[in-house]
Ligand binder design. Structure first.
Ligand code: G6P
Length: 610
């Protein structure tokens, strides 16, 4: 999704802006651009496609300047094109980059047209540039003009604005979309996230909702939603620039798949001791709050939603607590009845997903017992706005298709579920066995990764396919959903997941020699039921690929499929273990099909607009 970088310094900021845009590439985008102030005038370069196209343009038509704003655009209003790429300017003197959606842009456009402004793009963003210009023309200074302009905007956004009338000054603002301030030595920056700026500073100020910030080379001043000057704390980021490098791997996604044993181990680190979950790991207030929980409401999007679905099975089976789960975009817009003593759990890798954040805010309004975030980004809005937090420690995830975030979310959720299970009477021995199981997860995931060469070979059988069906039962049904999501996201093969028991109610009609069926077969109480479903596929001549626990005997389907053995373990850890070969399969199919694995078409890593 759109990314913002801005810098004001003594040196030429163009290399900083380009490096920042590259660090934001992972969010997904379709065009890029920048504006700098050079010799008192604004100069702009914009290109469709990757940041390297912008670089190439700058090689042939160089720009330099000591202050500038830059952007990667993910189209919402207007097709991806150079004229719609940001920055957008007004009368050559105001330049704006914007992340989010201005909902009242049509009304503003009409008013500004009536005032004589000409529009050169189809975007909602351009109204901001003209509005700032219009207000400044009436006599407001630059910062006030931006403040007055945003007061007239409806919707969610983060912006960075510069003006040739205020050389060296950049004004940023956030309402609903993330924006951080980077503090350098004699220079200041703005970025959509810490990663965009980590090469130039490790000191950051996280803006609050509604904040406006004015930066110059030597100063930074934040104003809150009421326009009052405020102090926001400076944080030292622990992110290292190396953590966002691809290293020897061909793609970030592959690197991140292979990082899973370590990421899971780190997520569990210091949170388990003596076969028990340590009681103080859920933060201040948890000891008092968690024992009161009688119901859990989970809200999330995409892969994080799949992690939540797994947790629902666990919560009801192990803790005996009723659990509801819903995708955030649905939850936030319907009339919700909140059961008594319900805990609101939001799961998000980025902590900036617009729908998940809106659902959290709605949940707080509705009066849950408390809010609990499972998140991978410590500085994110979700973390800052939740009562209790359990961080996944996956490290930066760059590939748009989520991998290590998912398995670390499962690990964190397992910790929460086991604690709630203990509080609700799960006996100590069973609890200890589950905790031991959980500790074996990094080792089992590492073993599953050894299947990579076999899965790379298997992938060849999917390259020419147009559709795939994934089946799972019980706690592994969400695994089927996640496997299908991975395949469709990065290989563009249509993939659907069904609970295996639903096969006869429709999808079986699709099964023929051109429709491969993939299923995971754990050694649990549902195995015999699953075997019947497998026979139903076989009997229709379907091609069948089974990822089966090592202890499960399932006959191979001759030429028409394969059985791959995985040491999956109990229902508490099998979902994470089985997910690994499905990730690898999606990855290798995508590589063979030649798609853009890390930045699949049309998708964004961090969906900061609804
Ligand atoms: C986007 C990403 C997915 C992710 C989802 C939720 O769709 O492409 O990989 O699962 O957003 O993101 P979150 O950061 O809230 O987990």
């Amino acid at each position: 999704m759109c990314g913002i970088v801005a810098a004001t310094a003594e040196r030429d900021v163009v290399p900083i802006l380009i490096a920042g845009l590259k660090a934001l590439e992972y969010r997904g985008y379709d065009s890029a651009g920048l504006s700098v102030l050079a010799d008192g005038a604004l100069a702009r370069a914009r290109t469709v496609g990757k940041v390297r196209e912008l670089e190439a343009r700058l090689d042939s038509e160089p720009l330099h300047g000591s202050s500038g704003i830059a952007h990667t655009r993910w189209a919402t209003h207007g097709v991806p094109s150079e004229r719609n790429a940001h920055p957008h300017t007004s009368v050559g003197s105001v330049s704006v980059v914007h992340n989010g959606i201005i909902e009242n842009h049509e009304a503003l456009r009409e008013q500004l047209r009536a005032s004589g402004y000409e529009f050169t793009s189809d975007t909602d963003t351009e109204v901001i540039a003209h509005l700032v210009h219009h207000i400044a023309k009436e006599g407001a200074n630059f910062r006030d003009a931006v403040a007055q302009a945003i007061a007239r905007l409806e919707g969610a956004f983060a912006i960075a604005v510069m003006s040739s009338d205020a050389p060296g000054t950049i004004v940023g603002a956030r309402r609903g979309s993330p924006l951080v301030v980077g503090i350098g030595i004699g220079e200041h920056f703005l970025g959509s996230d810490v990663q965009a700026l980590i090469k130039v500073t490790n000191r950051f100020v996280y803006l609050d909702e509604g904040d406006l910030v004015e930066i110059t080379r030597t100063s930074m001043q934040v104003f809150d939603a009421d326009g009052a000057a405020v102090q926001r704390r400076t944080h030292q980021s622990e992110l290292s620039a190396d953590a966002v490098e691809r290293g020897e791997y061909r793609h970030y996604m592959l690197k991140e798949i292979f990082e899973q044993p370590r990421a899971i181990a780190e997520t569990l680190e210091g949170r388990i001791a003596g076969h028990r979950i340590l009681p103080n790991i859920f933060g201040v207030g948890a000891l008092e709050l968690l024992p009161r929980v009688r119901h859990v409401q989970i809200v999330a999007c995409g892969t994080s939603y799949h992690a939540g679905l797994v947790a629902k099975y666990w919560l009801e089976a192990l803790a005996g607590l009723p659990c509801s789960i819903e995708v955030a975009s649905e939850y936030r817009y319907r009339k919700v009845v909140v059961p008594r003593d319900s805990l609101f759990v939001a799961i998000s890798q980025s902590g900036e997903t617009a729908d998940t954040l809106a659902a959290l805010r709605e949940g707080k309004r509705l009066g849950y017992l408390g809010s609990f975030a499972i998140c991978n980004v410590p500085e994110s809005s979700l973390v800052r706005e939740s009562d209790l937090v359990l961080m996944t420690r996956a490290g930066p995830e760059i590939g748009v298709a989520s991998t290590k975030a998912f398995t670390t979310q499962l690990s964190a959720l397992a910790l929460l579920v086991l604690e709630l299970a203990r509080l609700n009477g799960l006996d100590a021995d069973r609890c200890a066995r589950f905790v031991d199981d959980l500790e074996s997860l990094p080792r089992r995931v590492a073993a599953a990764l050894e299947l990579e060469p076999a899965i790379a070979t298997l992938a060849e059988r999917f390259v020419a396919k147009h559709h795939t069906l994934f089946l799972g039962r019980g706690v592994n049904f969400p695994v089927a959903l996640e496997g299908a999501l991975k395949l469709k996201e990065i290989s563009y093969i249509h993939a659907e997941a069904y609970p295996a028991g639903e096969l006869k109610h429709g999808p079986l009609a699709l099964v023929d020699e051109d429709m491969p069926v993939i299923t995971v077969a754990p050694n649990n109480a549902l195995l015999e039921k699953l075997k019947s479903n497998i026979e139903e596929v076989r009997a229709r001549g379907g091609e069948l690929f089974v990822f089966a626990d090592t202890s499960v005997e399932i006959p191979a389907n001759g030429e028409r499929g394969a059985v791959i053995k995985v040491d999956a373990g109990s229902d508490l850890i099998a979902p994470a273990v089985f997910t690994v070969p499905l990730q690898l399969l999606a990855y290798h199919v995508a590589v063979l099909r030649g798609t853009d694995v890390d930045q699949p078409r049309n998708l964004a890593k961090s969906v900061t607009v609804e």
